[in-house]
Design a protein around this ligand. Structure first.
Ligand SMILES: Cc1cc2nc3c(=O)[nH]c(=O)nc-3n(C[C@H](O)[C@H](O)[C@H](O)COP(=O)(O)OP(=O)(O)OC[C@H]3O[C@@H](n4cnc5c(N)ncnc54)[C@H](O)[C@@H]3O)c2cc1C
Length: 469
């Protein structure tokens, strides 16, 4: 293995492979280093939804959209607490990421409203993240990009304030530019406690979707911190609601047939809210939890009704709360049950008077087939009036993405604590702390970020070689 390259890319997931491919296409010699024994990272495990606006896929489906609309939506949802320059770049370049995937062979049959916007922007890749991973791995192979697996970078090399390479596997590898694409830190309890405390507060039950990508440990943050990089986006990321009925599983959507209340006995959102908002709202309730309440009739009918288990209406069932599972957890004591709502409320610590009031209104609405309080749209509304009654504790304890990390400028260059670009250092993907803001705008933001900012970093790092030649 040669030790001198134009560009070293650290991390071979979606962002890293994309950066490597575009850097090489721009004429750079590239070395791609991957800690794991295979390429793909979280990208390959993902649902393969890509958030983008103004694509040919949308046009073919008659969906009118534009980068400006995507920009406006993300900025508004985040109350402008995210970087306008970065979001504009993301919105303007997002379509090119989808077009590129299509050119590599990706197919799209569905574009869904994956956030709380009115426009469908979540491009569902046929075959999910595995397809994206496979297409990128094939392309990396086809283009002959040099790759070293099982090579975990533990230090950046610095000379005269410039990043000149990396240290990995006991070796110094030199390069004119380094791109950090090490992904998030979902698998590191220490990093979660430090950078994502609102998720870490749930303690032992926290589960990260990154579980099967063993090196999603926040190495990129440590590499950057050690040389004075700014770490931004504290306590941001995606948290998904879970009742923990199936250990270490993802329940992106709560069953809409239940009623969700807080300890005060009040509903606080439509129960079928998109995961772009539901986890945050649950975390904001007293005790950072909520209770799913339903009765015997709803349990039997609701959990068997497949219309409730296909949130995107794509024909894909994503349900974990079936009747057998619930009965099993009633037996284990995890799910509480009582023959009156008052007893149930006292058992789990819900304000019983408020709960009675909330249920009365909910039941009245159910008769009328509406949700007059929270406007839940559901194919059927179930009253809560047939004992026994059930209470399931729900916490936002599943990490879907971590979003604290490195800060970049609009050329993909990592910024130091003074906001100044560190010469020779670039970053892209889930390692970035400056993309998400305080709300996950919708399914597809993670892969969209990886592809769009991966390309930016690869192209800009390669362009910098020409300037510095
Ligand atoms: C189950 C699951 C479902 C998801 N579904 C979606 C979805 O549908 N849509 C969406 O937008 N997002 C989704 N996400 C999030 C999304 O997949 C990620 O945000 C995105 O793919 C991250 O891409 P990345 O290239 O930045 O990181 P990754 O793809 O995770 O790649 C990072 C790579 O860096 C390597 N690495 C780490 N440290 C080092 C080191 N020190 N040296 C060398 N290599 C290192 C890792 O091993 C890994 O291969 C999902 C995530 C998961 C896990």
């Amino acid at each position: 293995m040669s030790t001198d390259y134009d560009i070293i890319v650290v991390g071979g997931g979606g962002a890293g492979m994309t950066a490597a491919l575009f850097a090489q296409a721009a004429g750079a010699s590239v070395m791609l280093l991957e800690a794991d024994t295979k390429l793909g990272g979280a990208t390959r495990l993902s649902g393969g939804v890509v958030y983008a606006a103004g694509t040919s896929v949308q046009q073919a489906m008659g969906i009118a959209d534009s980068p400006q609309a995507m920009y406006d939506y993300i900025m508004t949802l985040n109350g402008w607490q995210t970087r306008p320059d970065i979001i504009r770049l993301f919105a303007e370049r997002s379509a090119a990421s989808v077009e590129w995937l299509v050119s590599l062979g990706a197919e799209y049959e569905w574009v869904v409203k994956s956030g709380v916007d009115t426009v469908p922007r979540g491009h569902c890749t046929v075959g999910a993240g595995d397809t994206i991973g496979r297409l990128l791995i094939n392309e990396v192979g086809a283009k002959g990009i040099e790759t070293a697996l099982g090579t975990r970078v533990d230090r950046l090399l610095i000379e005269d304030g410039r990043v000149v390479g990396v240290h990995a596997s006991g070796m110094d590898l030199r390069a004119k530019a380094v791109i950090i694409t090490t992904g998030g830190f979902g698998n590191s309890p220490g990093m979660r406690a430090r950078y994502f405390p609102s998720a870490a507060q749930h303690g032992d039950i926290v589960y990260s979707v990154h579980n099967d990508a063993p090196f999603i440990l926040g190495d990129g943050i440590k590499l950057g911190e050690a040389i004075g990089a700014q770490i931004t986006g504290h306590d941001t990321g995606l948290v998904l609601p879970s009742a923990g009925l199936v250990p270490n599983s993802v329940e992106a959507f709560l069953p809409p047939w239940c009623m969700l209340v807080n300890d005060e006995g009040r509903r606080f959102m439509p129960e079928n809210s998109p995961y772009a908002v539901s986890g945050y709202l649950i975390n904001e309730q007293s005790g950072a939890h909520a209770w799913a309440i339903f009765d015997e009739k709803t349990l039997v009918e609701g959990s068997a009704d497949k219309r409730f288990s296909d949130p995107y209406h794509t024909g894909e069932v994503s349900q974990t709360w079936d009747e057998d599972l619930i009965r099993k957890h009633v037996e284990s004591g995890k799910i509480r049950t009582a023959d009156t709502l008052e007893k149930l409320a006292d058992m789990v610590g819900i304000n019983r008077l408020a709960l009675a009031e909330t249920v009365a209104r909910y039941n009245e609405d159910a008769q009328d087939g509406v949700d007059s309080e929270w406007a839940k749209q559901a194919p059927k509304y179930f009253p809560i009036d047939a004992a026994p009654y059930f209470a399931v504790e729900v916490r936002a304890s599943v990490i879907g993405q971590t979003s604290a990390g490195l800060d970049i400028d609009t050329k993909g260059r990592v910024r130091d604590r003074n906001g100044i670009a560190i010469p020779g250092l670039y970053a892209a993907g889930e390692i970035l702390g400056c993309v998400q803001g305080n709300r996950y705008s919708g399914g597809g933001m993670g892969v969209g970020n990886a592809l769009t900012f991966g390309r930016l970093a690869g192209e800009e790092a390669a362009a910098s070689l020409r300037v510095n030649a």
